[in-house]
Write a protein that binds this ligand. Structure first.
Ligand code: COA
Length: 326
């Protein structure tokens, strides 16, 4: 226990809502199919002028405002994303400029849907040893730009949005108790997801549009998620020295309601303890956990001293858990 505590949270996402009915006008699907198979009813989709750094900056400023911290006091910005504004510079640097965090070190991190928890682990490891007192950890995506909008297997699932957590080193017995990071790079593409335009043809090749789109073997990902979600919680709980029964809330990666149901069952944790908002936001990859955390926080669902478990899982394969004493 290093006494690194989340003192502010924020969310940022497009105003534009795309419902299942809207998607059914683009591909051969129905509201019923999407609702039953995924739990998603609607999602936020960026307009042309919007990008990952915009949602990340909004989420960050809201987290700073809640914490009462001036952006100039931030020492570190870690931005987890698989859909950065561009490859160079890091989107974290673009966010730094947008929010005026001129004293922060900045980098991006790519661990797909586990990215936010990976980022939290990095920040926790660096605080306070690397001279970091305030760290901003962001998960942000504009997945609508890397979706093949003719592929009904993926376009019904992925969406845009961001969440941010402001972490402060304050000592004491609240805050991040443990992190547990795992990866398995042996899964053959497109077993989970690749962007073939980038992975196989070289960057910036003649490919564009669907060449750069996410591909997914839905059934295999589903089976992986059902195992990874509980493993991340159990791994983090063991490291924190807490028992599963003591967990007050789980914020899982918001991939699919059926994965969450199965994960709850495998853990033996009451399903009501799982915070879910994928019906409104879909799967925003690195964005889902901090987006949900901000909503839970603002709805006052997290009380001082509560034990919160985070569980992320996704491409890589990667999966990651954390236990936080709120
Ligand atoms: N609308 C209507 N029908 C669809 C559809 C859609 N959007 N997508 C697929 N189908 C069809 C399939 O073509 C198939 O038809 P067939 O039986 O005639 O061949 C049928 O529905 C069943 O497809 P299947 O792939 O077996 O469905 P599923 O129950 O596995 O659900 C997913 C598909 C993608 C929703 C599900 O596999 C899933 O959620 N996987 C995990 C995805 C995930 O969480 N990814 C992110 C991880 S970070």
């Amino acid at each position: 226990m290093k006494g690194n505590r989340i003192i502010g949270t924020g969310a940022g996402y497009p105003d534009q809502i795309m419902t299942n009915e809207d998607i059914a006008k683009i591909v051969d699907t129905t509201d019923e199919w999407i609702t039953v198979r995924t739990g998603i009813k609607e999602r936020r989709i960026a307009e042309e002028h919007e990008s990952t750094s915009d949602f990340a900056a909004t989420a960050s400023l809201r987290a700073c405002e809640m914490a009462g911290v001036d952006p100039e006091e931030i020492d570190l910005i870690i931005l987890a994303t698989l859909s950065p504004d561009m490859l160079i510079p890091a989107t974290a640097c673009i966010v730094q400029d947008k929010i005026g965090a001129k004293n922060a070190a900045c980098f991006d991190l790519e661990a797909a849907c586990s990215g936010f928890v990976y980022g939290l682990a990095c920040a926790n490891g660096m605080m306070p040893e690397a001279g970091i007192k305030h760290a901003l950890v962001i998960g942000a995506e504009t997945l609508s730009r890397v979706i093949d909008w003719s592929d009904r297997n993926t376009c019904v699932i992925f969406a845009d949005g961001a969440g941010a957590a402001l972490v402060k080193h304050e000592g004491g017995d609240r805050g991040i108790m443990s992190t547990y990071l795992r990866a398995d790079g042996s899964a053959p593409p497109p077993w989970l997801m690749v962007s073939p335009g980038v992975a196989y043809r070289g960057p910036f090749s003649e490919g564009s549009g669907t060449d750069f789109a996410i591909r997914m073997e839905g059934k295999e990902v589903f089976k992986f998620g059902v195992k990874a979600l509980p493993d991340a919680v159990i791994g983090a709980a063991e490291r924190a020295g807490v028992s599963i029964e003591d967990i007050d809330m789980v914020i899982p990666h918001q991939a699919n309601i059926r994965i969450i149901d199965a994960g709850a069952k495998a853990l033996g944790i009451d399903r009501d303890k799982f915070f879910v908002n994928l019906d409104k936001f879909g799967n925003t990859s690195a964005g889902t956990i901090p987006l949900a955390m901000d909503q839970a926080n603002r709805e006052d669902r997290l009380k001082e001293g509560d034990l919160l478990a985070l569980s992320g899982f996704g491409a890589g394969l990667t999966w990651a858990g954390s236990i936080i004493r709120w």
